[in-house]
Design a protein around this ligand. Structure first.
Ligand code: ZN
Length: 308
């Protein structure tokens, strides 16, 4: 049992909490920190979907009430990744996070071959960091800033900055806390930062993505999701009353709606998923694709109701 464990901050990544433990305890040995936290020196410092949460939970002081399920739900990207998954997959993924190595978890989620790329460097919002330095005197990594396809802070709308911490390149067994050195934003604002149409799309993506992190109902029945999408497509005249989808119209509207943000977010150029997300769901889609599809529907007017 650990004699000390830091209090968490709102929306803090588990990676960040463990990095602050390493720093606060003045540990000089990353492997020693792993031994303290997990009882094993072979745990990877994973950002999105970390494993061994059961072992970690057993080492944290019990008055923190950090059960393995709570660690997954409140400190990892688990709720985002399973929001649209089948309940069976949700259970399987949660068990992998709790009981063992979470290697290959993106395969289990069915999104290992997706064209959506996750950021390699840990990202931060300069405004969030200024706030947290004032309130708490230290920086921390937020979950909402590390989500795929999220380029702006959901709270401030500011472009996220890349830190110099790149967990996938070396240091796989070391948790690195955010600080003044690794969060030194020297790069200029991206060119899209002044384009309000682009900003509006990126902010909507950021807010919808962050909202998934706080969802408490994980997973969806694929048949329900297919039915819901089919109804929305008919309602917005992307599909005929019998459900036949006008793919060309759908793709044209998608291109028009997201055109202002294409240069900022290359994922918007790839629409190979769009044709199949409107059919019966035979495989999983990346959460970003569900978010983009929801935005497309919300930006398309429903057909006027005929009065009887
Ligand atoms: Zn912010």
């Amino acid at each position: 049992m650990l004699p000390y464990f830091p209090a968490s901050y709102p929306d803090e990544l588990l990676y960040s909490l463990l990095a602050r433990y390493h720093r606060h305890t003045c540990s000089v040995s990353p492997k020693g920190t792993l031994e303290d936290l997990f009882g094993s020196r072979n745990v990877r410092a994973t950002v999105d979907l970390p494993g061994h949460l059961g072992a970690l939970s057993r080492h944290v002081p019990p008055d923190r009430d950090l059960t393995p399920e709570r660690l997954a739900a409140e400190f990892t990207l688990f709720p985002y990744y399973v929001a649209f998954q089948q309940p069976m997959v949700v259970t399987d993924v949660l068990a992998a996070l709790i009981h063992g190595r979470a290697d290959g978890i993106h395969l289990r989620l069915g999104i290992a071959t997706t064209t959506v790329s996750a950021a390699t460097a840990l990202r931060y919002c300069p405004a969030c960091h200024a706030d947290t330095l004032t309130r708490w005197g230290e920086r921390f990594w937020r979950r909402a800033h590390q989500l795929p396809g999220v380029l702006v802070c959901p709270d401030h709308g500011m472009p996220l900055a890349d830190s110099s911490v790149v967990p996938v390149h070396g240091h796989q067994h070391e948790f690195v806390a955010a600080d003044d050195r690794n969060c030194r934003s020297g790069s200029a604002s991206p060119v899209w930062a002044d384009d309000c149409n682009c900003q509006a799309i990126l902010l909507d993506i950021a807010r919808r993505s962050a909202a998934l992190l706080n969802g408490r109902r994980w997973g969806m029945n694929p048949a329900d999701l297919t039915a819901r999408y089919r109804h929305a497509l008919i309602d917005r005249r992307f599909a005929s009353a019998n459900g036949r989808v006008d793919q060309r119209h759908l793709h044209d509207v998608f291109a028009t709606v997201f055109a202002p943000a294409c240069s900022a977010l290359p994922e918007l150029e790839d629409t190979t998923w769009l044709a199949s997300i409107v059919r019966k769901h035979r495989h999983a889609f990346h959460p970003l694709h569900h978010i983009l599809f929801g935005m497309l529907l919300d930006r398309s007017d429903p057909a006027p109701k005929v009065a009887h």
